[in-house]
Each structure stands twice: as C-alpha cells, then as structure tokens.
Write a protein that binds this ligand. Structure first.
Ligand code: FEO
Ligand code: CA
Ligand code: CA
Length: 654
C-alpha cells in the first residue's frame, strides 16, 4: 500500500500538540449546571445565546421573506471534474501552475521541468490571493499569491509513491530544488479589460519569491537572538525564503502579510539530543513531510538546530517594489500562522487578527504601539516591529479576554523558561499555554468586517475534541464540520475584552446527529463544512471558502465559495456560489475594491480523497489523476490555478 504523504502532511493540523487541553473538573461541573443546562431549557442543542434571536424556528417564516443581500441563484452541491459558478457570472482561469511570468521563462512542460524554469513560472498550490491596485485603478493591479506546498505525486512523472512516512523513494536532489522553486509566492500584474482578466507576462512588477533563493530580513524583538543564529547566518538577521505560506492579508499601506503555516513539515533529522526537544515537539518539528533535509543541511535539525526557529512567522512584502527585501515580523509571534487580517483601530493603531491552525490551538491579535500614518506609507515601514501580541481566552459568559504575551508579566518569566521577549515570541505557543488561552477547533482565517466591527473566526474542525472538552465556544465533541465564531468588538479592536457569539455550526442541518445550526432559510445547497478562508466584500458581506480534505465524501459536495448572511433576519443563511473540481480545496477569496471581480485559488485539484470519487479506487498520480483540470489535455497533470470571476455584462459580484 502506497503511503499518502501529502494527505498525511495536510492532516498535520489535526494532530494536536497542545498538552494543556484538559480543564479543571470544578470548571467542567460549573459549566454543566449553568450554560448547558440553560441552553437545553431553551430547546436547542447547545446553540449560542446571542444567536437564538436570529436562528430560532419562530424566525423562519420571517426569514423566508426577509431581504436577501445576495442576489445570485445558488448552485448545487456535488462533485465532478470541473468548476461551477452561479448563473450570470463567468469563471475563467487566470493563471496556472507553470505559466511563465517572464519573457525568458520557458513554456510549461511538466516532463522537462527544472528548478530554474520553475522559479520563473507561477508556483504550485496557490492559497492566499491579495490584490493591490496600480495607479488607483481597480481594473489593473498586482496579484500576490501564496504557493503553500507541493504534491510531488501530481507534479513529477514516474514516482513509485512512498511506502511509509520515512520513505522518499524516487525523490532526487533536482526534484527537491523544483519543489523549493514551486513554493513561496508570485507577484504578477493583472488587467481586466471588457470584463476579461489576464495576467501580464514580463511586467516590471512580476516577481517570484521562494525558499530556494529569496533573501529575507528578520525584524522585531527576536531578530539577532542567539536562538535565531545558524551556520549560514551568524547574526540571526537574514534567512533564505519563506515556507508553507497559507493565507495572509493586506496592510492599509499596501504591503502584503504572508503567513508561514506548517513549516514543521520541511524538517527532518534526529532530535533525541536536541537541546530544545520539548519546544520542537510543541511545534511538531521535525515533521518529515519532505526530503529536503536529505540534500540541504539546513532542513536537518540534527545538523542545524536553530533553523526551525526562523520559520513560523508573518512576513511583510512590498509588492510594488520587486527589489524590496521581505521582513519576518517577529513581534506577531511564531506559530502555524493561517492568516493576518489588518484593521485600523479606533485610536489609529493597527490591529492584526490571526489564527494558529492546529487542533486545540489559539486565536491571537497584535496591537501596534504606533498609529498608522495614512498619508505616508513609508512611515509605516517598521510599524509591525513594535506592539503587543495577545492571545484569546473565551469564557462561558460570552466574553473574550485578550491576554498580553509580554515578558516579565504573569508567568512569562525567566524561571518559567522565558528569559526575554524574544523567547516569548519564538515560543509563542508555550507562552500562550502558560497564560491559559482557550484551545480552539483549528483556527483558520480571521477577518474583520469594517462595516460592523465584527470579526469572523473560521474554526475548521476538530474530531479529537471529547465530550469532556466541549465548552461554549467549541460546542461540539468530534467536530467534523467546524463552526464560525463572531467576535463582537463594537469598533473597540484594541480592547482587552470583547464578546463572542457562534454564527453558524457547520454540516448538514437535516442530519440531527451532526448538530448543525443554520438559519432555517438555508437551502440543501446553502450549508457547508470546514470553513477555511473568508473575505468581506466592499458592501460588508461575508464570503466563506472551505477545505474539507477527504471529508467531501461525507458532506457529498466538493469545496467551494459560499455567501453567508451575518445581519438581520437572514443571519446564518448560506448560499453556494462556486464549486471546485474533485480533490481540490478552495482558497484565497479576494475581491477587487469595487467588487467587480472575485479571484479564487483552486488548490491541489485531484488530490484529496479521490479514492471515493465514482469510478476510481486509487489515489491520484501524475499519470492517472482524478481530473486533468483545467487544461483537460492528454498527459497534462492537474494544475492549481487562480480563477477570475466576473459578472456577465459587468457589475457587482453576487
Ligand atoms: Fe493552510 Fe490552515 O490551511
Ligand atoms: Ca487555509
Ligand atoms: Ca487549507
């Protein structure tokens, strides 16, 4: 039996590393006799107090007539080999893995790929998509796209497939270099003319960033710390590349924040004698998902013990300057960063909301020390190096308390292993453990709605939560389908205390055992599972994309984009807008500022759970994939691609 390494790697978030998930028994008893008792009395299986008004069955009749802020006719659940979009819209492939970004880049030929060619072409597994307007125009701009990871079984012909976790049979040094070149980011100019978007080959802005060659600076309190130093960097201030860039965000001054998520997977080696073995374990290092450490000593922790400390950060990139040096902003903490959503707070400072995507890990926010200079982007150059990082404790009374991760405060002292702020940041997870943060059901994207001040938290799933570990904010044991939380700030983003509500509990509402919670106006196609990324459009409407992994076989639908109503009587109503081909996940929803285009990233088509696809009984390979989307050409493997969605005849999406 061939070992599915990529599925194993993708499932890494599902393996908790947080040892602090058991609550004191007194707390559990108190909870049983207070909130849960009340909720049962309210006639609903654990539904959030504040959501009752919107979702109570009595509101169903009103909801049916209430105004629908989403005008489109939804598509249907299902799984097939291609993509689908709501009627009245066009969804065209804009750029694919391997498309040349420069005149000197060769045309894509997957059978004759080289690392140098790949580094001049669009990378693999597009995830986050950011749009930065050029010259103030909304029909011309820069797409900044993360290339999260690689699926070698779909990229390279002739691989035998690993037999187990440590078997890298057939993976050569050249393949490893191609994989590195396919990671990182692409910056590419795009133009929308007459409703059709295309990318501009050889634009002076086009850029590839990769863990193979792109030099980055380390900024903030951990820069230069001895735990950041390696053989190649005795100063601890410079690192080549960025790894596993998942989601991200755009700052008010037009830079991009790209987030290093499952960096642990790139490291291998023996850690039995490693001086920081327990700290590595809290981050899952070494993850043994790639062969890189066999050919490059910096990815072997027995040879380069500090290299893992140089990943797991938020990296700031200026896409308008292709010569600029990206900066790892250590003040924002080190964990498996999903995304980084900026909002200018009530007092002019910047707040960045972030999730640590692993079962039983945490939600964070960073509050800058200084105010954002709106008129002078250059003045914000080092804004993200100074400020306070907080982790969230969600209490049963509906409050969320933001606990500061500041060296010397509370338990974050030298006696407890935190000798400086650099230690607090390098070991963010351990510091948050010490503060008693609330272990969550895999926090993915977190987005703020500027129109309402509400902050949405995508909690994708956690099948390892037991009945004893259920709490009000993570209300289901064996949470297969995830839920969405809303942090109600009322515009007070810098406050140390806000409130929270459950917006929806995902999964099929028709199946009682699932315990889903939607507005009754939600149709059979409007519910979804495993929320991952999200976007708020210019009108303040929420759009959610999903990543079910192989669980699409349980939900009966491929991943996609759903509109989700957050206000009024239709609050909690989903509507299906877009669907991906089999085996893909849906990433990067990104609107142009005028909402006339929506860019979505179709990641790893043909990869996930395709054994369950009718007519197949084997995982996909380069030679025999479940779909050859988007080219459908003989011999061409599936290609992760960004799709541009527009309204036929022009106008606002959805
Ligand atoms: Fe890379 Fe958490 O998804
Ligand atoms: Ca994600
Ligand atoms: Ca994902």
């Amino acid at each position: 039996m061939v070992f599915n390494r990529r599925a194993h790697f993708e499932e890494a978030e599902n393996e908790p590393s947080n040892p602090h998930v058991h609550r004191p028994i007194g707390e559990i008893i108190e909870r049983r006799f207070s909130r849960r008792g009340f909720l049962k009395g309210a006639g609903s299986a654990g539904l959030g107090v504040a959501a009752i008004g919107a979702l109570h069955p009595l509101s169903a009749a009103i909801a049916a007539e209430a105004h629908d802020r989403f005008a489109f006719e939804e598509i249907v659940h299902g799984v097939d080999t291609t993509h689908h979009v709501a009627a009245g819209h066009e969804a065209e492939v804009l750029i694919r893995w391997g498309d040349p970004l420069f005149d000197d880049a060769p045309e894509f030929d997957p059978r004759r790929q080289s690392a140098d060619a790949q580094e001049r072409q669009f990378g693999y597994n597009n995830d986050y998509v950011g749009f930065v307007p050029l010259e103030g125009r909304f029909d011309r701009g820069l797409l900044v796209v993360n290339h999260e990871y690689t699926n070698e079984e779909l990229m390279f012909p002739g691989l035998p497939g690993p037999q187990d976790e440590h078997d890298f049979s057939g993976i050569t040094a050249e393949m490893v270099e191609i994989e590195k070149a396919a990671h990182g980011l692409s910056v590419v100019e795009v133009l929308g003319e007459g409703g059709r978007w295309r990318y501009q080959r050889n634009s002076r802005y086009n850029r590839r960033l990769s863990p193979r060659s792109t030099e980055m600076r380390i900024g903030g309190p951990a820069a230069g710390h001895e735990r950041m130093r390696t053989a190649a960097d005795s100063e601890g201030t410079t690192v080549i590349g960025t790894l596993n860039n998942c989601a991200g965000g755009t700052t008010p001054w037009g830079t991009i924040l790209t987030c290093e998520e499952n960096f642990h997977g790139y490291f291998l080696g023996d850690v039995a004698d490693h001086p920081e073995k327990a700290k590595l374990e809290r981050y899952g290092v070494p993850g043994n998902a790639y062969a890189w450490g066999r050919f490059d000593a910096r990815f072997d922790v027995s040879q380069e013990p500090n290299e893992p400390n140089r990943f797991g950060w938020v990296v700031e990139i200026d896409p308008r300057d292709p010569e600029s040096v990206p900066v790892k902003r250590t003040a924002l903490g080190r964990f498996k960063h999903e995304g980084a959503a900026s909002v200018i707070a009530e007092d002019g400072r910047l707040v960045v909301y972030m999730g640590d995507d692993q079962r039983f890990d945490y939600v964070y926010k960073f509050v800058s020390r200084d105010v954002v200079e709106r008129a002078d982007p250059a003045a914000n150059r080092d804004l993200l190096d100074h400020g306070t990082l907080y982790v969230a404790r969600f209490d049963e009374d509906g409050s969320v308390t933001w606990l500061p991760l500041v060296h010397g405060e509370g338990p974050l002292t030298e006696e407890n292993g935190f000798a400086s702020q650099a230690d607090v940041l390098i070991d963010t997870r351990l510091a948050a453990d010490a503060l008693g943060a609330t272990p969550m059901d895999r926090p993915e994207d977190v987005e703020a709605n500027p129109a309402t001040g509400d902050v949405y938290v995508m909690l994708t799933n956690n099948t390892q939560r037991t009945e004893e570990q259920v709490d009000a904010v993570n209300p289901r044991a064996d949470n297969t389908f995830g839920h969405i939380l809303e942090i109600v700030t009322e515009g007070r983003h810098t406050a140390e205390r806000n409130h929270w509500e459950v917006l929806v509990r995902c999964g099929d509402p028709a199946r009682g055992e699932v315990g889903a919670l939607w507005n009754p106006a939600t149709s059979d196609n409007g519910w979804f599972a495993a929320p991952d990324n999200c976007a708020v459009d210019a009108r303040g409407r929420l759009w959610v994309t999903t990543d079910q992994g192989s669980n699409w076989a349980k939900s009966g639908t491929a991943d996609g984009v759903w509109a989700l109503e957050t206000e009024g009587e239709r609050r909690g109503t989903g509507k299906m807008f877009f669907r991906v081909p089999v085996g893909a996940e849906m990433c990067g929803p990104c609107f142009t500022p005028d909402d006339t285009a929506l860019f979505v990233a179709v990641q790893h088509p043909a990869a996930d759970g395709t054994e369950a696809f009718p007519g197949r009984d084997a995982p996909s390979t380069f030679e025999n994939p479940a779909t050859r989307w988007p080219d459908f050409a003989d011999g061409m493997p599936p290609r992760p691609s960004v799709v541009a969605i527009t309204r036929r005849g022009g106008g606002t999406i959805g």
